[in-house]
Design a protein. Structure first.
Length: 460
């Protein structure tokens, strides 16, 4: 919405939320306090806020005065009830649709921006139609059209993705409404990149795009494990297959498995949808993409334990990176969560360092309070000796590695590529290991510093 406001000074954009704290944060004069860390977003907000971009909790008036309403709420995977663990929880979408139905005035275009299971637009349409009233002269007081306009941006590159998208997708039946929405994007996106489809194709395309991308990652991670036992190198294999223009170079980085708010959720949604329509083989096919992803995380935790003489109990390990990818503070479904949990179960003492993720968030994700960092000179702590795992958030690299048996790199922050291993090595307990799940280190420098190295997909 900030980018729409930036590119279209003639359009008034109001972002509304019931959560007062969150709206206050979006209105904070200190732009470093915006609720989301996203490169370039602060500059866009600085240019537009108060001009034609507004953040407000006045949901009722914002809906009443809007020509177009974008529904952009959470659709997490259900944790209980029918479809638990697979289907999307649509309670917030429905609540939004009902509120739009009640508060809208005149003709309103309602746009599904949230990623939704296929045919959700129908539900929204039914709710809105029930509210279409007629006055005494039989003239409509309010009317609605529903369009689907899924978002394809990736976190960390969101502003760039929005400014020059590969495509904008608009699904719907009402030509006039489609034209109105298209006109907004046409202010900065070339017209040939704006694709119009029917509602269901648009909804399904979003799920399919994410499923294809996630499938590529599971495929390369499966190959990585094979590389490790055969003497091949997954980076070389990725380069070799990526030069085939039908395959392409992008999205072939083997790592600790995909995280983020979309991939797992959307595939599970697809699995649920397939099962609903009795397509069990198709459901199983997509389910395996998630199964392989979970395995990648489990096996990384296991091999760390194996390489450290079969036990990490009481050992200090430095975890570099907790976000699900670089350039974001988002930890949703981050591979670091399950890998750290497995290591904590084994009794490890984890010094976690991430340049953007705070201790409060890590504590929520691990479902465990932080311990205070042990005094390096005091020897093993009581909890270390008792075999219970513990963790704390390190403020800098040197504190994290001091006395550690291993460094585990789980997010590809650029600063990890520039680490001086010959300075780090003397701080660690020998034999010391570097577990590089993101292929960020230079293997020769690490080995020259006297450190042992495991790299994902490296069988050489
Ligand atoms: C994704 C889609 O890319 C985007 O189009 C959609 O709108 C939302 O979901 P996002 O989750 O923000 O975006 O990040 P993305 O860059 O796709 O990465 C997802 C996960 O895959 C991350 O954990 C990332 O580290 C991992 N990944 C990505 C790899 O392991 N290897 C790769 O080659 C690429």
């Amino acid at each position: 919405m900030a980018v729409i406001a930036d590119r279209c000074p003639n359009i008034e954009v109001t972002v509304v939320d019931l959560n007062e704290t969150r709206i206050a944060a979006w209105n904070d004069a200190d732009l470093s306090k915006l609720p989301i860390y996203e490169p370039g977003l602060d500059e866009v907000v600085a240019r537009t806020r108060g001009r034609n971009l507004h953040f407000s909790t006045d949901v009722v008036n914002a809906i009443a005065s809007a020509d177009i309403v974008f529904i952009s709420v959470n659709t997490p995977t259900k944790t209980k009830g029918l479809g638990s663990g697979e289907a999307s929880d649509l309670r917030w979408v429905e609540a939004c649709a009902r509120q739009v139905a009640e508060c809208a005035k005149g003709h309103t275009i309602v746009v599904e921006k949230s990623t939704l299971p296929v045919r959700t637009a129908k539900t929204i349409q039914v709710i809105l139609q029930a509210a279409q009233k007629c006055d005494s002269r039989d003239q409509q007081e309010k009317s609605f059209v529903v369009l689907s306009n899924p978002e394809f941006l990736a976190e960390g590159t969101a502003i760039k993705d929005l400014i020059s998208p590969d495509r904008v997708l608009i699904g719907g039946e009402d030509a006039k409404a489609i034209k109105s929405l298209s006109k907004i994007y046409e202010q900065w996106v070339p017209k040939e990149k704006i694709l119009c489809t029917n509602l269901w194709s648009s909804e399904l395309s979003k799920l399919t795009a994410n499923a294809f991308l996630a499938q590529r990652i599971s495929s390369i991670n499966a190959v990585a494990e094979l590389c490790e036992v055969t003497g091949a190198d997954v980076r070389e294999v990725a380069k070799a297959i990526g030069t085939d223009s039908r395959i392409g170079q992008r999205f072939l980085n083997s790592g600790p498995g995909f995280g983020g708010s979309c991939f797992k959720k959307d595939i599970l949604n697809l699995v649920y949808l397939c099962k609903h329509f009795g397509l069990h083989e198709v459901a199983q096919y997509w389910q395996n993409v998630v199964t392989l992803n979970n395995w990648q995380q489990t096996r990384i935790a296991r091999l760390i334990v194996e390489k450290l003489f079969g036990t990490v109990t009481g050992k200090k390990l430095a975890v570099f990176g907790f976000a699900f990818k670089a350039n974001t503070n988002d930890t949703r479904e981050a591979p670091a969560i399950s890998i750290a949990k497995d290591l904590l179960d084994e009794g490890a003492q984890l010094a976690i360092y991430d340049p953007k993720v705070n201790a409060k968030q890590i504590s929520l994700d691990l479902n465990m309070p932080a311990s205070s960092p042990p005094d390096a000179k005091a020897g093993p702590t009581r909890s270390a000796l008792s075999g219970e795992g513990s963790w704390w958030s390190s403020q800098n690299i040197n504190d994290a590695v001091n006395g550690a048996d291993a460094v585990v790199i789980l997010t590809e922050w650029s600063q990890f590529k520039e680490l001086n291993w010959s300075e780090i090595a003397p701080l660690m307990r020998k034999p010391a290991w570097i577990f590089d799940a993101r292929s960020v280190v230079d293997p020769n420098t690490v080995k020259l510093a006297g450190l042992k190295l495991w790299r994902v997909g490296d069988g050489t």
